[in-house]
Design a protein around this ligand. Structure first.
Ligand code: SF4
Ligand code: SF4
Length: 215
């Protein structure tokens, strides 16, 4: 017998909070990208086939919020592509290969079919960034290959590390706070999230096994 599950849904305030974090990420990204002169226009790569894992229930729930707003046919087509993605990625991983498969949300025009609900990684990948972890350790991310080419060619940045970088720390802290707020009384019932977008789609919206007393 299947256990009864209760969907994890963002309240309107939590949705607004996440949308605000996402907007701040995009603004921070644009500032650094402009300073460096990085644009995705005409890029020979397409990050939308990169293999990324995502880690929050908040983003998973927000993704599903967006999927539900799509026309049924469109959503069904995305779910079909996601199922195929999951199958292919598992096969590639089993062959010790890092999967490189188009995101199921990419539409026929090569554009993101759920742009306003795309995930954190989709908004941050590309530019150099820094982050201070909760244990105090500092991290620096060099940006995508095109960004690294620009930075290394540019005489303004004799050391790559001199290039402008976005500090992810405050926005990641806000994400952590939002996640705690969403999971407040359920965290102990939930496994850690480590899923591709395709897996988030195929598994359906996030849900928690309801304790016996709430059934
Ligand atoms: S983030 Fe970098 S690699 Fe990805 S599309 Fe933009 S320029 Fe190309
Ligand atoms: S969600 Fe959108 S931006 Fe992110 S990888 Fe998929 S198609 Fe690309």
């Amino acid at each position: 017998m299947n256990k009864p599950m209760k969907e994890i849904i963002l309240s309107p305030e939590q949705s607004d909070k996440l949308a605000g974090i996402y907007t701040a990420m995009v603004e921070g990204y644009d500032q650094v990208a402009t300073a460096i002169g990085l644009s995705c226009q005409g890029c020979p790569d397409n990050c939308c086939d990169s293999y990324f894992l995502h880690h929050t229930y908040s983003e998973w729930a927000y993704l599903w919020q967006g999927l539900r707003e799509l026309p049924d046919e469109e959503r069904k087509a995305i779910i079909g592509r996601a199922e195929q993605y999951v199958q292919e990625s598992r096969a590639q991983l089993a062959g010790q290969q890092r999967p490189q498969i188009k995101c199921p949300l990419l539409n026929e025009d090569g554009l993101c079919g759920l742009y306003n609900h795309r995930l954190l990684v989709c908004r941050m990948h590309g530019i150099p960034a820094t982050m201070t972890r909760p244990d105090g350790q500092s991290m620096r991310f060099p940006g995508c290959f095109r960004c690294q080419e620009i930075v290394s060619d540019d005489k303004k940045y004799p050391q790559g590390k001199d290039a402008p970088a976005m500090d992810r720390t405050p926005l990641f802290r806000e994400m952590v706070a939002l996640e705690s707020n969403l999971l407040v009384d359920k965290r102990h019932l939930l496994p850690r999230v480590k899923l591709t977008i395709a897996e988030m789609i195929v598994q359906g919206p996030p849900a928690v096994d309801t304790p016996f007393c709430e059934r």
